[in-house]
Design a protein around this ligand. Structure first.
Ligand code: NAD
Length: 355
């Protein structure tokens, strides 16, 4: 069918993907016109940061292993100050959304270019979205300055990602593509990436969880995560992402696991009003049945959490979550109602199949 008129804005960056890609980091740094970069990572990945710094020699100013989830403002302020003291002219962010988020926090104020080396499937490296948390309140915004100039996807660095984190992080990536398929600002270009991203992750994740050292599956998963991240970067997210943001902020739930639990239910809620997304998902998953159920079953096969209950949320908190989720309106294929949210969240809390 002929596409309806649409707008698509490509985000400028270089991407390299493949086993051993991180060996090209020095060349990427030079290519970006940088001389002395600060290496950012989470405390748990300090060893990876150190080995990268050793390989870079004089191009590395220091390893700064203090990234934390949700971007606390005090962590961001300390990292900016350290980058200034060291005279760093750029950052290399190695790790998941937390490390890349710290690079974004520095870029937002100091404009230092970021080279990202993602080691999870969260997709932050493909977006202009930043997030900072102050006193338990998370603010997000969009700014071109926080978009990495270059991204190196090296599946060898994901071998150490534990099966559980691989599973939930992969489901997090799938959520970006799912919501892009019914986004108000989607386009045929994004639909192509979303469909291919879903196909790649749906195929790769069971293999990755069965054997974390399967380099082919790890490469396929990282490729899928890239495409899904690009979908996130190009479109406006709806009910699923807003709900996860609300739940994560209110009850301090783990980011990727919350996405894993909520996704099948949010999709089931929207499916009746998103027939083209449903058709695309059926093609991507290679099924004739219900995509929301297929994603719920995938989470089960991956041994990933399927209930908010097991993530530590109290059943009595459902009402407060509904109230918070109803406060700010946003685009969604199906109108968001209190009764609809209660149905969705009750099932997600209990770990029931989506309906
Ligand atoms: P994360 O970055 O917090 O990583 C989780 C844990 O896994 C960390 O301890 C990390 O050190 C460890 N880890 C990462 N890669 C590893 C590997 N290969 N081997 C072993 N351990 C590894 O988690 P995440 O899910 O990637 O990111 C979540 C954060 O990113 C949230 O704060 C979320 O809001 C943000 N995020 C932002 C965007 C955006 O567009 N701005 C997109 C997605 C996520």
């Amino acid at each position: 069918t002929t596409p309806s008129p649409f707008t698509y804005e490509a985000l400028p960056m270089r991407v390299r993907l493949g086993p051993g890609a991180v060996a090209q980091l020095s060349e990427e740094i030079t290519g970006a016109g940088l001389q002395r970069v600060l290496i950012l990572c989470s405390p748990e990945q300090q060893d990876v940061g150190e080995s990268i710094a050793t390989a870079l020699g004089d191009q590395a100013a220091e390893v700064y292993p203090h990234a934390r989830m949700h971007g606390p403002v005090e962590v961001a302020a300390a990292a900016r100050e350290r980058a200034r003291q060291l005279g760093a002219d750029g950052c290399v962010a190695v790790g998941g959304g937390s490390a890349i988020g710290l690079g974004k926090a520095i870029a937002l104020e100091h404009g230092l270019p970021i080279i990202a080396v993602p080691t999870t499937y969260a997709g932050s490296e493909m977006t202009t979205v930043w997030g900072l948390t102050d006193n338990g309140r998370k603010r997000t915004g969009k700014d071109r300055r926080v978009l990495p100039v270059s991204v190196l996807y090296d599946p060898e660095l994901t071998i150490s990602l534990p099966p559980q984190v691989s599973a939930t992080s992969g489901m997090n990536a799938l959520a970006h593509a799912v919501e892009a398929l019914y986004a108000p600002d989607s386009s045929p270009i994004i639909n192509l990436m979303a469909e291919e991203g879903v196909r790649a992750l749906y195929t790769a994740l069971p293999a990755v969880v069965a054997d974390g050292t399967d380099l082919e599956a790890r490469t396929e998963a990282l490729y899928g995560a890239w495409l899904c991240g690009a979908c996130l970067g190009a479109t406006t997210m709806s009910l699923h992402h807003k709900l996860c943001h609300t739940l994560g902020g209110m009850f301090d739930l783990p980011h990727a696991a919350t996405h894993t639990v909520v996704l099948p239910h949010a999709l089931a809620y929207n499916q009746p009003e998103a027939p083209r997304a449903v058709a695309a998902l059926k093609r991507a998953l290679d099924i004739n049945s219900d995509p929301a159920t297929a994603l719920w079953e995938l989470a089960g096969r991956l041994g990933a959490p399927r209930s908010l209950h097991e993530l530590g949320m109290a059943e009595s908190a459902i009402d407060a979550a509904i109230e918070a989720a109803m406060t700010s309106p946003y685009a969604n294929p199906r109108p968001v109602t209190t009764e609809g949210l209660r149905h969705l969240l009750s099932a997600a809390w209990a770990g029931k199949p989506p309906t």
